[in-house]
Write a protein that binds this ligand. Structure first.
Ligand code: GLN
Length: 471
């Protein structure tokens, strides 16, 4: 028996190096947990049939001295990441049987290092949602308390790690889809800088906002997994070459709090009390906390819900019932398109395609899309100038604690409010992390959200590690 709860990447590496157990033993333990728990949680949609072949390959790497820290580490993949020869459905009916014909950038890097991909995890369809209730394959339960949602859209990836069904997992984050589920399940969730980690082979939602990132139990595992994927990829045209990235400078030990943004209302009282307690902890750890003025940041959510659906409508246009995916037969070509898309896409996806198509239509393009892009640039500039005086900016990760199933499904605006604090980092493309910051009185997890300047993930790890010690 291996105590999976206490495992970290470094501990596993040490045990595997010493031969205390083999990769096969480790994978067997994780599969046992999945066997026992997944029928309730529905974190995984599929456990890959080649996990033991992957484990054997990792064992070879230990034998021939090519093992790295990531070799043999059990990793769960979100269902929107291509892994050659395996299904990737984006938790949609339209891609139910779609088998990837190549590896995504992140899979390619991690495969080289001999990780074991355990399976693909449930998500909101095409990553649109904040609760995993929008999956075509059923909801995922929060392993901390099964009455509550695990967050979304990477809810399955969060639940897989929180239930000890994988040591770490990958998610994608367009507006908060890694950080909010991390906060809801007591994990660390990182959205790296746009361009730091390859997006090649990730089923796109909104390409100018999407970013692959990590979910894990602590900051150290987050850092190791991030560094294993943090590379330039010529297959992703927005990937940034190493020489064009900012290099680290010493920390000022100064953190900004956008007080007037926080005072804007809509924050749950327990969340606010927890955030204030987190601020005290950071002060005790030697950080100076200052109020910063970010008058434009409050428009981030409005900008996001214009730009994101516009990009969704164009990205999803390729799913037409002809090229690949579900195809519903009909007499006329137009009906093939309409029926395949009508039956293949769920309600939230259709809502966003409609909105996005309207936003991009002749006559409205300037009024909505172009104006949103202008405000986006102004928000970026505002954040860049704020970082001249502080190392990082903190807020709660979510304005409210985990909520119950069905609580927000009939009110899309209430659901969209989940992204209030996470969306600005996607709008600007800066890195951000959610770190567990304690619980509500009912024992539901809460998170502290930290944003840093472009390519300064190191700041998130430094503050994150300092903060983690105090929780
Ligand atoms: N909750 C947000 C949305 O529904 C974020 C989704 C995401 O980051 N993929 O769009």
């Amino acid at each position: 028996m291996i105590d999976l709860k206490s495992l970290t990447i470094e501990k596993v590496h040490e045990s595997l190096s010493k031969g205390e157990y083999s990769v096969t033993d480790l994978v067997t333990e994780y599969l046992k947990v999945i066997e026992e728990k997944n029928k309730n949680t529905n974190a995984y949609l599929e456990v890959y049939d080649d996990v033991f072949t992957q484990a054997k390959h990792a064992e070879e790497m230990f034998k021939n001295g090519t093992a790295t820290l990531m070799t043999g580490i059990p990793v769960a993949l979100k269902d929107n990441m291509l892994f050659d020869g395996h299904i990737a459905s984006a938790s949609s009916k339209i891609l139910e049987k779609y088998v990837a014909t190549y590896d995504s950038g992140v899979v390619k890097y991690l495969k080289k290092q001999g990780v074991v991909f355990i399976g693909r995890t449930n998500m909101d369809e095409f990553a649109m949602g904040s609760s995993t209730e929008n999956s075509a394959y059923g909801v995922t339960l929060n392993p901390i308390n099964p009455d509550y949602v695990p967050g979304g859209s990477s809810g399955g990836s969060a639940a897989s790690v929180a239930m000890d069904g994988a040591l770490v997992s990958l998610g994608s984050d367009t507006g908060g889809s890694i950080r909010q589920p991390a906060a809801f399940t007591g994990l660390v969730g990182l959205k790296p800088t746009y361009g730091a980690v390859s997006r090649f082979g990730i089923i796109a939602m909104a390409s100018s906002l999407d970013q692959v990132g990590t979910l894990s139990k602590n900051v150290s595992d987050t850092q190791i997994l991030f560094e294993a994927m943090n590379d330039y990829d010529s297959m992703d045209s927005t990937s940034v070459k190493k020489e064009n990235r900012t290099s680290p400078t010493p920390l000022k030990k100064k953190i900004g709090i956008p007080q007037s943004f926080l005072a804007g209302g809509g924050i749950n009282e327990e969340v606010l009390a927890n955030f204030n307690a987190s601020c005290e902890k950071l002060k005790n750890a030697g950080y100076e906390l200052v109020d910063i003025s970010l008058p434009l940041i409050k428009y981030s959510l409005a900008v996001y819900y214009i730009i994101m659906p516009a990009e969704v409508s164009s990205n999803l246009a390729r799913l037409d019932g002809i090229r690949y995916g579900l195809s519903v037969e009909a007499d006329k070509l137009f009906d093939v398109y309409a029926k395949s898309r009508g039956q293949g896409f769920g309600k939230e996806v259709r809502r966003r395609i409609l909105l996005g198509t309207y936003i991009l239509s002749h006559g409205y393009y300037d009024a909505y899309y172009n104006n949103a892009v202008k405000v986006r640039n102004a928000i970026k500039a505002e954040l860049v100038s704020a970082f001249l005086s502080v190392d990082a900016i903190i807020t709660p990760s979510s304005p409210f604690p985990p909520f119950k199933f069905g609580e927000k499904t009939n009110d899309p605006i209430a659901m969209y409010m989940s992204d209030l604090f996470t969306v600005p980092a996607n709008i600007a493309g800066i890195p951000a992390i959610s770190i567990p910051s304690g619980t509500t009185n009912d024992g539901l997890p809460l998170g502290l959200h930290i944003m840093a300047p472009y390519f300064r993930e190191d700041i998130l790890f430094t503050i994150g590690k300092d903060f983690e010690k105090l929780i």
